[in-house]
Ligand binder design. Structure first.
Ligand code: FAD
Ligand code: DHB
Length: 395
């Protein structure tokens, strides 16, 4: 097989890139490790920045998003058992964010790709990248098409490494090329989906002595909630009653606000880390999304940052194929990293503001409360939060 761009991974980065390239008349093949059913059912992010929503509409994949997405013009920061609203529409030039599950985005993008009859292979195994420092890179893999398990070869001009944190693209770059910047956090999130109408129209980020809690949602019938927990928390120790009890405590207010409970339909624990590799490219391989960087989820940025990367990559590839210029491609990593580091800063800032750290002392606790008080009373500080949360302008 031969194509212009081999895209490794059908997550948000890979799928958005394929649609952006299509629009420019650039061919691509997507190679995905898992089944279609698996990637369309994986419960993950849920919050789309203004820019991501706009892009879905521009690419003609926004119909369900328009019908089912929940637009939010603000969030609540809750501390000392009181709520304080940050009004995005007022503070961030009328912009807002939209709740729409990541796996629904994946369904919309996969459907568009298949409807356009463009190549996408699921269940590719033993995928390897070759000759990435030459002008003729290629990918080998096994593909379990019915009755066949031979090694296939895909020749291409460029490889887009969109295969997430655990993928093979980043690790195909020779030792010594990449510099890694990282920070682990001494906690994780226990997330649930519950068949319970959301107890608030907007998200609630709660600071509490017992640890952070977040109320989010997926639809008018389904709530999505998270609790700060140990990074390796054992879910077996968290029967439904204990989860609700803890959420009730951390989200409680002085004014009689009620958290509605319901049957828990999904549970999971996620670790938290900040991670960046530099540069995000080597030879003819460009990394995009989680394969190059991870943010802690507190700012809801991972998916949105993956989309921002592939927008830069698509423009650079578009310039290469239309005029032969390589300047934008050469600048790919530097252009992305300016945004990546701002988003890393914001995600770290939200995380340190709202979580309990095991070595916190009473000074740290008072400092967090003072910062929350400042953020919710100073227009300058709340505007800083709002403009980062809805999404910084694109380059
Ligand atoms: P991925 O989504 O990881 O996609 C990579 C794809 O590559 C996968 O389909 C994988 O199967 C495939 N792959 C892997 N290895 C191979 C291989 N060897 N060969 C072929 N294919 C391969 N982000 C937000 O923006 N907002 C949020 O609200 C938010 N909340 C989150 C909540 C949770 C609980 C979690 C876990 C994450 C959250 N995130 C959020 C982060 C977001 O989900 C990720 O940042 C996003 O999925 C990154 O997209 P990606 O395409 O780079 O990688
Ligand atoms: C959701 C996840 C986040 O990490 C966040 O900051 C806000 C919302 C969600 O899954 O709905």
């Amino acid at each position: 097989m031969r194509t212009q761009i081999a895209i490794i991974g059908a997550g948000p980065a890979g799928l958005f890139l394929s649609l952006l390239l299509d629009r420019l008349g650039i061919q691509s093949v997507i190679l995905e490790l898992h089944t279609r059913q698996y990637i369309e059912g994986r419960v993950r992010a849920g919050l789309l920045e203004h820019n991501t929503v706009q892009l879905m509409h521009e690419l003609g994949v926004g119909d369900r998003l328009k019908r089912q997405g929940l637009e939010h013009g603000g969030i609540e920061l809750r501390f000392n058992n009181r709520g304080h609203r940050i009004d995005f529409r007022e503070l961030a030039s009328g912009k807002c964010v939209t709740i729409y599950a990541q796996h629904e985005v994946i369904k919309d993008l996969v459907a568009a790709r298949l409807a356009a009859n463009k190549p996408m292979l699921f269940e590719t195994a033993n995928l390897q990248l070759h000759a990435i420092d030459s002008t003729s890179p290629y990918v080998t893999f096994q593909h379990n098409a019915p009755g066949q398990k031979s090694t296939e070869r895909l020749d291409c001009d460029f490889i887009a490494g969109c295969d997430g944190f655990h993928g093979v693209s980043r690790t195909s770059i020779p030792q010594g090329v990449l510099t890694t910047y990282e920070r682990d956090y001494p906690f994780g999130w226990l997330g649930i989906l519950a068949q319970a109408p959301p107890s608030s129209h907007e998200l609630i980020y709660a600071h509490h002595d017992r640890g952070f809690a977040l109320l989010s949602m997926r639809s008018p019938q389904v709530s999505r909630l998270y609790l700060q927990c140990a990074p390796d928390e054992n879910l077996a120790l968290w029967p439904d009653d204990r989860i609700w009890h803890e959420l009730q405590k951390r989200l409680a207010t002085h004014d009689g606000w009620k958290l509605t409970e319901g049957p828990i339909i999904q549970k999971g624990v996620t670790g938290m880390r900040s991670f960046v590799v530099e540069p995000m490219q080597y030879g003819r391989l460009c990394l995009a999304g989680d394969s190059a960087h991870i943010v802690p989820p507190t700012g809801a940025k991972g998916l949105n940052l993956a989309v921002a990367d592939v927008r830069v990559l698509a423009v650079a590839l578009g310039a290469y194929y239309s005029t032969g210029t390589t300047d934008l491609l050469a600048q790919y990593s530097a252009t992305c990293l300016r945004r990546v580091w701002k988003v890393q800063r914001f995600s770290w800032w939200m995380t340190q503001l709202l979580h309990r750290f095991p070595d916190d002392n009473p000074f740290d606790h008072r400092r967090q409360l003072a910062e929350l008080d400042y953020v919710t009373t100073s227009r300058a500080a709340s505007q800083t939060l709002a403009e980062n949360y809805v999404g910084l302008p694109l380059p």
